[in-house]
Write a protein that binds this ligand. Structure first.
Ligand code: KG4
Ligand code: ZN
Length: 414
């Protein structure tokens, strides 16, 4: 069967088309098309996502991406040529909608993100999907974006892929499974005792970790989205520190025990930020205090030297210590949850899963199968929505809710 999936929960408009077959255990996907439009450049001047602009962009780009995806999947026939880029803003929405009102081009199922996310953006995708489902007379399946992130680790952005068998003697995915979801809107630890059932056992009490990365990047006058920028600076500081420490190996060994500092803190020239809630007895997180600590640190440094943010080395040190602190919190609590719930499989997903330091630290955890998404599937995409949509469709024995009952839900929970 052919499946079309749509994602508009934040600032990426994405549409994918797949050929799908087989059952929930071993489902097979072939990516026929994957079209997306990132709004980063539009939101950059605001230092974060500006919801009204995001909604407008989704509205403009959904019909264009649909045409593009149908052409790529070779199910579009003789449709008119792409209107992407410069001229796209001039195209009236109604003219674009005409392409969708044509007969069903051979699609069997539509999956759309209905939450969580920016509600006005989610509505754009949901309404667009409802229109298509009605015109093409195909079932519409609503998808939880966070379940999409969890299942994203099994996907690829090109070619074919299979969802591994669950609890197979040959290895692969085994329950109990734990998912650490780290994105711009969420930081959650999710326990799966039974495949495709989710229990949130810990989450952030304030800011999401990606949000903290973005805010700290803004304090350091780095562009949005800040996660990759902070990560780049921190990696730079780490490799600088490694080079220096190998040069002064002997001397450093003598100093370290005396100062009784962690290796990571030593790397950051003595800058030390808090690790909020590290030793709390639950599996929750807090990143707001860490962000505020960076604010105070920068404020104090600026008092001493008003040009401190022109000092790239200092920026690298702050980025490094912030990344170390944030990732330490994530890794520590994840390890605790793994121990307590005797976890056999760990999934790390969401935009922050693209962070190299997080990956390096997690991969050191022993006796457990760990899955990360590819770089393309870590940040928001419609491929993961297609995977989650199809697996839910099969799981629910092809029963779907009535389209009119599907409502965008900004604060949807797993
Ligand atoms: O999952 P995602 O694309 O969107 C949401 O659902 O929120 O995640 C976006 C977040 C942003 O906060 C971005 O700064 C962060 O993921 N991010 C990173 C990295 N790449 C993206 N954070 C840390 N290190 C990275 N390499
Ligand atoms: Zn996301």
């Amino acid at each position: 069967m052919k499946l079309l999936s749509i994602e508009t929960s934040c600032d990426d408009t994405c549409i994918s088309i797949f050929e799908v077959k087989s059952s929930i255990q071993n489902a097979e996907f072939k990516v026929l098309a994957n079209s997306s439009n990132s709004q980063i450049k539009i939101h950059q001047p605001f230092g974060g996502v500006y919801p009204v602009l995001a909604k407008r962009e989704h509205n403009t780009n959904l019909p264009i991406l649909l045409e593009e995806a149908m052409r790529e999947a070779r199910i579009s026939g003789e449709r008119r040529s792409s209107q992407r880029d410069g001229v796209r803003k001039a195209i009236p929405q109604q003219r674009n909608m005409r392409a969708e009102s044509a007969r069903n081009p051979g699609l069997d199922l539509i999956a759309v993100t209905y939450g969580p996310g920016l509600e006005m953006c989610l509505w754009e995708g949901v309404v667009f999907a409802k229109n298509l489902a009605e015109k093409w007379k195909v079932p519409l399946i609503p998808v939880n974006h966070m379940e999409g992130h969890i299942l994203s680790v099994f996907g690829k952005d090109k070619g074919k892929f299979k969802i591994p068998k669950i609890n197979s003697a040959k290895g692969g995915v085994k329950t109990p499974m734990l998912s650490l979801l780290v994105s711009g809107g969420h930081t959650q630890l999710v326990l799966t005792k039974k495949w495709m059932q989710y229990e949130i056992i810990g989450e952030t009490l304030d800011d999401a970790v990606g949000e903290a990365f973005d805010k700290v990047a803004r304090m350091l006058e780095l562009p949005y989205p800040g996660g990759p920028e902070i990560s780049r600076l921190a990696e730079g500081a780490r490799s600088f520190s490694k080079r220096r420490s190998s040069q002064r190996d002997g001397a450093r060994k003598a100093i370290r025990p005396q100062a009784n500092m962690r290796a990571e803190s030593a790397e950051t020239s003595g800058l030390r930020l808090p690790r909020p809630m590290l030793h709390s007895k639950d599996f929750n997180f807090s990143f707001s205090g860490l962000k505020t600590a960076v604010l105070y640190l920068i404020r104090d440094l600026v008092k001493k030297d008003p040009n401190i943010l022109q000092n790239d080395k200092m920026k690298m040190q702050i980025a490094l210590e912030f990344e170390n602190a944030a990732i330490e919190c994530l890794v520590y609590k994840t390890k605790k949850a793994i121990e307590k719930h005797k976890i056999k499989t760990l999934i790390v997903a969401g935009g922050v899963a693209a962070n190299r330091h997080l990956k390096n630290k997690m991969q050191k955890i022993k006796n457990i199968e760990i899955f990360f998404p590819t770089k393309e599937l870590a940040t928001d995409n419609s491929l993961m929505i297609g995977i989650a949509g199809y697996l839910n469709y099969i799981k629910n024995k092809k029963k779907v809710p009535k389209p009119e009952s599907i409502k965008a839900t900004g604060n949807l929970r797993l």
